[in-house]
Design a protein around this ligand. Sequence first.
Ligand SMILES: Nc1ncnc2c1ncn2[C@@H]1O[C@H](COP(=O)(O)OP(=O)(O)OP(=O)(O)O)[C@@H](O)[C@H]1O
Ligand SMILES: [Mg+2]
Length: 378
Amino acid sequence: MKNPFEYGGVVSGNAFCNREKEVADLLRAIENNEKLFVFSERRYGKTSLVRTALGKLPKKGCVCSYVDLWPTDSEATFVTAAAKAITESTSTSVDKVLETAKRFFGSLAPSVTMDEEGKPVLTFGLSKHAKLGPALDEVLETPAKIAAKGKLNVVVVFDEFQQILEYGSDQVERKLRSVIQTHRNVGYIFLGSRKHLIQKMFMDRSRPLYRAGGHYPLGPIAEDHWQPFIRKRFADADKIISKQHIHDVCELTRGHPFYTQHLCHVLWELCEPKAETTSKMIQSAVRVLLERENYAYTTLWESLTIPQKRFLNGLAGESAGVKVFAGEFVRRYALGSASNVQRAVDGLLERDVIDRDNGSFLITDRFFRLWIQAAQVL
Ligand SMILES: Nc1ncnc2c1ncn2[C@@H]1O[C@H](COP(=O)(O)OP(=O)(O)OP(=O)(O)O)[C@@H](O)[C@H]1O
Ligand SMILES: [Mg+2]
């Protein structure tokens, strides 16, 4: 039997746990053409959530353009990614894609080529010398034109939105600001994972997108929602997991969707059919998970400075709320001075390794914390 706990990719259908309220909130936002900014830590389920919501929109009368900005690194790649997503969302069949692309974005030299499997792929060729400004305007004005012409409910989703901070200028941000303000008949949803960057982009008065849209922080999935989800998947394979053990799992992961699925995946493997999970099994599952993440954690660890490593060692070893600028902490972890701590903190905040927590700090990735504790690094 296939392991019912999926982690890593986008989850949908049966593999998607609850989030009923969030789906309803997003659908309402889309219906009202809101401009909404959805953010969370990495792997909290933003993409799965928004795709689930989009899947619930009526096929007729709705146009959803989903733009994944992850592969983009410049204004030009932004333009082609958006043009492609908008074209594909408005074409009813593969045959029509090129026709639609030519109609909307003739100046971006659309063409259809075959990929290795013989499937047609739409590509746009924005030449290095083409004028970027007009191309950007053309692409970002199109959703409103579609909405006006067809009286359609149009929504544009930009996933991995923080990627635009990697571009050379704030041209895209500025254009988006005017689009957000003028396109009353189009909904925009921005998904971003780097919380503080997003906050910077939206809370800093000097930035074009300052307070441009509503904020929707996405939280973990509540234990009440995990309980039936996890129990059923064990039961379907004739395995038993008690309420207490599901509670233990949720405590360990704090309801973090990716880690909850990952831990359950391993636990499910360890538990034989007709058997019941044990506390020992949960401990072993945590160890397996840490081993699997070992490569990623080691890479992250090696990219840190010595003071940052010392600081994290301290933070991982102490209880919540520890006073990290106090002499005792500085001495115990050989940090030298409070200003060294400040520098380490700034760098780690910048990379989302840590987050502020009631006057102190916490390591955002709980399993990274456990890994640091177990590895006894430094
Ligand atoms: N509603 C859900 N039910 C069950 N599992 C979920 C749910 N949402 C997310 N997950 C788990 O979290 C993983 C990551 O989900 P997803 O890729 O949607 O998150 P994300 O926030 O978009 O991540 P990233 O920050 O990498 O873009 C999934 O592979 C799945 O294991
Ligand atoms: Mg995502």
